[in-house]
Write a protein that binds this ligand. Sequence first.
Ligand code: C2O
Ligand code: CU
Length: 453
Amino acid sequence: LSLLAAGCAAEQAEEPPVPDAWGEPAVVPDRNPDPRIVEVDLEAREAEKAYLEGTTTTVWAYNGTVPGPLIEANVGDTLIVHFKNSLPEETTIHWHGVRVPNEMDGVMAVQEPIAPGETFTYQFTLRDAGFYWFHPHVMEPEQIQKGLFGLIRVRGPNEPEADVEKIAVLGDVFLNKDGTFNEELDDDTIMMGREGNVVLVNGEVMPALDVQPGGLTRLRIVNVANGRFFNLALPGHTFRVIGTDGGLIPQPYDTERLLVSPGERYDVLLIADGEPGTELTLMNEAYERGHHTGLAEPMPLARVRIGEGPGLSGRTLPETGPAIERLPGGPAEATITFDEGYVDGKLTFTIDGKAFPDVPPIDVQEGSVHVYDLKNDAEMDHPFHLHGFFFQVLARDDVPVADEELANKDTVILPQRSTVRIVTRFDEPGMWMYHCHILEHTERGMMGEIHVE
Ligand code: C2O
Ligand code: CU
């Protein structure tokens, strides 16, 4: 039972089966022979998944799998997605982190939700190499929790070499003993975001990642949980971070702990150190996020098995990555304040004191560059997510970030009672959302719009 999240009010679920594999997501077949076009079919439908021994859970899934399938492409490719909604309720697809034309962004402001039985074709060019994900932007807390998320891996011309490349989809589900979703929602759940009682990597409990001794393992990490943060550690090892939301970073860095908020991605390299046959444990380390404890006790997430392997490839960790354009800095022209509180007795998450849809839109000119202070006045951390554009972090609490921190982000943690300064170039016209990626907070008002004209 140590596998299950502690402190959960729900009945403890049965010990889940321990899978033997890592459960890589299935690649969606590309049905277009043109090498520069990736054309795929996606269907959102009900499916069954055995999360807990002896039970089946009815999930909502893209093409029937949780985690949802992987779209593989090269930078510059055109992606065409023929989507069919076979769910009993309306939905859309939002391409988290992908720079798309506004009408392809999958939000209510630009698209009528796709009714049950209806279809929609999404089409756009993949402008940036990196690791992205997609999910509905309608009733997100319920639809994403039920399994609606998929992945996009866009390769660039200068990918670092690795012996093994894997994907780690971090998530959780909140299940009753019989395997059905627990849909209880009280103010505590809403406050922290719904944290499940079964913690998953690639849709499995404690899957095993096979690596080679001394070999380079590249891991693309995404957190698809509604509200859970992950603080990854592999005891005795260091992650070399080579990329994040918007692709590879110019200056890779080493860390023993990797904090990943809902919505964020990291691209890391790892050298497994140990005798063949050794098994290590990938941990979710304890951490705090505000006056609420995020995770009090460390929790095991996955097994890392050091195999016999074909031996050392001789590949080494890269010291540098590709250059990215640094956006101009400068003082913040405006402060956007995130907070929480009770409005008319209802727990609400606010932006500048207002809850969506009452948050006044921000108007900017197409092509203009803007610096904003994102101020978190709340007692807990909020992961800020911007649609349509990358941003770069300039400062935290007025202290400039180190040069090595230069990265294109679409999601960043705003720690409690602190300010993060960001800069963005708004080079695509339209109506773009920004919001906290704790989905219960999005739904309770922590969302706003930027109008680019
Ligand atoms: Cu992944 Cu508007 O979100
Ligand atoms: Cu939040």
